[in-house]
Design a protein around this ligand. Structure first.
Ligand code: PLP
Ligand code: COI
Length: 395
């Protein structure tokens, strides 16, 4: 049966529809922020949400944007966050003098919603995304978005887009992208006084095109973050820095870059969109630590450390990792981990003409990365029980 878009009719008799009451829909089509023209909000009570899945080729989705039915929006003005709610408008109208356009006051997050084996829609540790977004906002002098409001907003927007959450077993997920930016007018270099927080959702497949196949990375000539700069927060400005080396890497057939520490360029830091993990010959999991505080504290990596230590009984060491150790073959496996990447095995690391092939090679995922990936995805999809509070049921 072809899916419907939007809502089922109020008298809908479809077995796929379920009554959901009391959603707040914020209609802000064509509205302007910055206090100029702001169309009155209409609060609409949403009676029915279609749960009938959209007609997508779920198994072949890339990591690309596809507008869905709803986004969430909430504005900050006069020193406070408004109530916020769902919107069907996926555009933003800004003053040409908005702070985000000139001084890059923007931070974002990334998490995913999954369909579990029993058909529930869940997300993974949204409280950690909420608190990391607060840390990011504070670093850029932006008003932190309240953590409980963040988690509630994630639940609202995922529930409203239930038809876009890929089915269990498809290999795809619903990517949830909260973003916050300065809408207020700023001409001298200073923080703005008005902001917008939004969440868009979009169904996605694997981030690295290898998926679960090993990929190659390279050492770039550029750094992604300054020592003691903003590398440890999730701000768009870090990703702007990585666009040129990222594009060069892709043009040369690499999945991503392996950035070295920006101070001495001798220690491994992270990739453009993921943290690195290594496995020593004796099976110890080694997690690179930054002495210049320029690695993003990945929620996936922190979760994998717990999984490895507490569920798989592995030895885990978090320490600075010299690139020389990689070069000398001290590690048998390498992987990149993150929400988008999950765990992508790395088979080869190139530094100019120097080629370092991991013992696990380019053909197969090494056994440790394989086990970690399966355990994590089994927790996320409800196949096995993870630590309390990790998997949050949405509907
Ligand atoms: N490092 C960078 C630079 C990232 O963009 C991401 C993605 O969010 C990660 C690491 C992984 O973080 P997380 O596991 O919280 O998604
Ligand atoms: C994520 O994993 O959620 C990210 O934000 C990485 C991004 C580069 C797609």
């Amino acid at each position: 049966m072809r899916p419907t878009t939007g809502f089922a009719p109020a008298n809908g008799s479809s077995p796929y529809t379920t009554a959901r009451k009391n959603y707040r829909i914020v209609e802000c089509s064509g509205s302007r922020i910055n206090g100029h023209i702001m169309r009155q909000r209409q609060h609409v009570s949403l009676e029915m949400i279609s749960l009938e899945k959209k007609d997508l080729d779920w198994g072949n989705l890339g990591f690309a944007y596809q507008p869905t039915d709803y986004s969430y929006v909430c504005n900050y003005k006069n020193g406070a966050w408004e109530e916020g709610g769902l919107t069907t408008d996926h555009s933003v109208v800004l003053s040409e003098c908005s702070g985000v356009l000139h001084y890059a006051q923007e931070v974002f997050e990334g998490l995913k919603a999954y369909t579990t084996e029993n058909g529930d829609i869940v997300c993974f540790r949204p409280d950690l995304n909420a608190s990391r977004m607060q840390d990011s906002a504070k670093r850029l002098i932006m008003p932190p978005f309240p953590e409980d409001k963040f988690v509630d907003a994630v639940k609202q927007v995922v529930k409203a887009n239930a038809a876009w959450v890929p089915p269990f077993g498809s290999g795809a997920t619903l990517y949830v992208r909260p973003v916050m930016f300065a809408t207020g007018i700023v001409i001298g270099v200073s923080p703005a006084d008005e902001y917008q927080f939004r969440i868009l959702v979009t169904p996605v497949g694997p981030y690295y095109s290898g998926g679960v196949r090993p990929v190659k990375v390279r050492i770039p000539d550029y750094d992604r973050a300054a020592p003691h700069g903003t590398g440890n927060i999730k701000a768009g400005l870090n990703y702007a820095m990585s666009l040129l080396p990222g594009t060069i890497a892709h043009e040369q057939g690499y999945a991503d870059n392996m950035y070295l520490d920006p101070q001495t360029r001798t220690y491994v830091e992270e990739a453009g969109g993921a943290n690195f993990l290594f496995v020593e010959k004796d099976g110890t999991l080694v997690v690179p630590k930054s002495f210049t505080d320029s690695i993003l504290p990945s929620i996936t990596r922190r979760s994998l450390v717990t999984v490895a230590r507490d569920m798989l009984g592995m030895k885990v060491v978090e320490r600075p990792v010299k690139f020389d150790e990689v070069r000398n073959g001290d590690f048998v496996e390498c992987g990149m981990c993150g929400t988008a990447a999950v765990i992508s095995p790395v088979g080869e690391i190139d530094n100019g003409d120097e080629k370092i092939v991991m013992a696990s090679g380019m053909e197969e995922t090494g056994p440790v990365m394989h086990k970690l990936r399966n355990t994590l995805t089994d927790i996320q999809s409800g196949k096995i029980q993870g630590p309390d509070g990790w998997v949050v049921k949405i509907c």
